[in-house]
Every structure is written in C-alpha cells, then in structure tokens.
Ligand binder design. Structure first.
Ligand code: PGA
Length: 254
C-alpha cells in the first residue's frame, strides 16, 4: 500500500485518501489494470469529465510500457450529451476516442457510448441496457461525482431504480459545463445517462473525487442517509464500492 495512503471503513463504502490527485489516478489505474490482468475480457464502465483524465493517462502508460492489453476488454460509458453526435468535439464519444480509446489497443466495436443523436431516447436507453446485459454485466464502473452529488448525469431527484434514459441537466451542471463550449447557448440542456440502478448492477464501483469543490458532495455521499438529494449516497447500498479521494475532496468528512 502506498505510504501516503490512509484507508478506513466509514460505512460499507471503502474510503481511501491520498495526498495528491496523481496518487488517486495511479491507484485507480492499478485497480483497473489488476482487473484486466486477472480477467482479460473484463467489462469496464467508464466516465468522462476532468477527474478521470489522469487515470486514462496512467492506463495508456501501462499499455505502452507494461504490456497491459485492452484487446479483449469491452467498455460502456456513463452518458452523452443529447443532440451531439460522436464527431462533435465536445461529445463524450469524441472525448473518449481522443484521450483514451485511440491510444490503446481496444477494439472500436467493443466501446459503447450512448448515442446522443438517437431518434428515440427511450429505445436507445433500452438498447444500451440490453447491450450491458448481453456482455454479462459490468465488472467495474469508474465514476466521478458532480459538486451537486450527481453520478453520471443522475441529477438530484434521480430515483435509485433509474435506468438509462434522457434527462434534463440542472442549471448547476449546465453552468459547470459552459467552460467547454464557446457560447453559452451551445451548452446542451439534456443528456442521455445510465441510471443509478445501472451503476448499482456493476460488480465493483470505483468513484474518484479530487479537489475542494467535491468535498461537500463527498461528505453527503458518505455520511448522509441515502437519498435522491445526493444520488451518490445510494452507493452506500453497494456491496463493493470504493471512493478514492485526494485530501481536498475528503476535507469535510467528519
Ligand atoms: P468532473 O465531473 O470530473 O469534470 O469534475 C465529474 C462529474 O460531474 O460527474
């Protein structure tokens, strides 16, 4: 175990606190790499956003320098903006290709991101869930967390039995996303997201959070009773869930 690491069990969620966000990324990448080395055809759930970027860089390093192969791995992403197609430079498909998939040996047909341009969001949601089931379910889902406690785009108010569906983004999330778009009016107002039940079905969940801005949501997720007000708090019911945090993100845990 890394000397900078403090580990303790607050609740069923295993909480690991690291000095730096680099150490969070290294630990997350090592967890995923160990899974793939034990199960080369693992099914892995992935996230976009700023938080996992360093983890993807670490995994690319393990692929290039330590023969970690993704050739048999299947991936599912959490969400996609509604109305953007995969070629749009702010789509989550584009993000994943650019930062990860194009830099490893994963087979393109084994990568799945919800289709933000699907004709019928309800059918797209059902098809996405069916694909996950057909692959035998997700072995490990990597997550970030929103400062409002959302996981994927399951905004506050999302029920624990939710599945892949179209949702309206909250003003807070739209505001947080404006940094990626040139004009405020270009920021998508809707998204298609897996549900809380979809995430809960994964055999293992690994949530990463770095920075002070996440500290309130982390405290609520770990220490408040599970409720739709903080969708991440529903992870308290998951039998194999780990939060990897830097010191800043853990600063409000009491
Ligand atoms: P972030 O987003 O990693 O860019 O902070 C996480 C999230 O909103 O789920």
């Amino acid at each position: 175990m890394h000397p900078a690491l403090r580990a303790f069990n607050l609740m069923p969620i295993q909480t690991q606190i690291f000095d730096t966000s680099d150490q969070v990324a290294q630990s997350a990448a090592n967890t995923i790499a160990t899974l793939i080395r034990n199960k080369p055809d693992a099914v892995i759930g992935l996230a976009t956003g700023s938080t996992p970027v360093k983890t993807y860089a670490e995994l690319i390093g393990l692929h290039r320098n330590e023969n970690l192969s993704f050739a048999k791995v299947t991936t599912f992403n959490l969400d996609e903006y509604w109305g953007l197609d995969g070629d749009h430079n702010q789509s989550y498909r584009h993000f994943m290709q650019n930062l990860f998939f194009d830099r490893i040996d994963i087979r393109p047909w084994n990568t799945h991101v919800p289709n933000g341009k699907a004709v019928d969001p309800a059918l797209e949601g059902e098809a996405f869930e069916a694909k996950i089931r057909a692959c035998g379910g997700v072995d490990l889902w990597l997550l970030g967390i929103g400062s409002n406690g959302h996981i994927a785009f399951n905004e506050p108010g999302s029920p624990p039995d939710s599945r892949t569906r179209q949702i309206d983004l909250t003003p807070e999330t739209i505001h947080a996303n404006t940094r990626f778009f040139q004009n405020q009016e270009d920021v998508p107002r809707k998204a298609i997201t897996v549900g809380i039940a979809t995430i809960h079905d994964a055999r293992q969940v690994l949530l990463l959070a770095t920075g002070e801005g996440k500290s309130k949501a982390i405290k609520q997720a770990l220490q408040d009773p599970p409720s739709s007000q903080c969708p991440a708090s529903f992870l308290q019911n998951h039998p194999n869930c780990t939060f990897m945090l830097d010191k800043e993100a853990s600063s409000q845990i009491t």
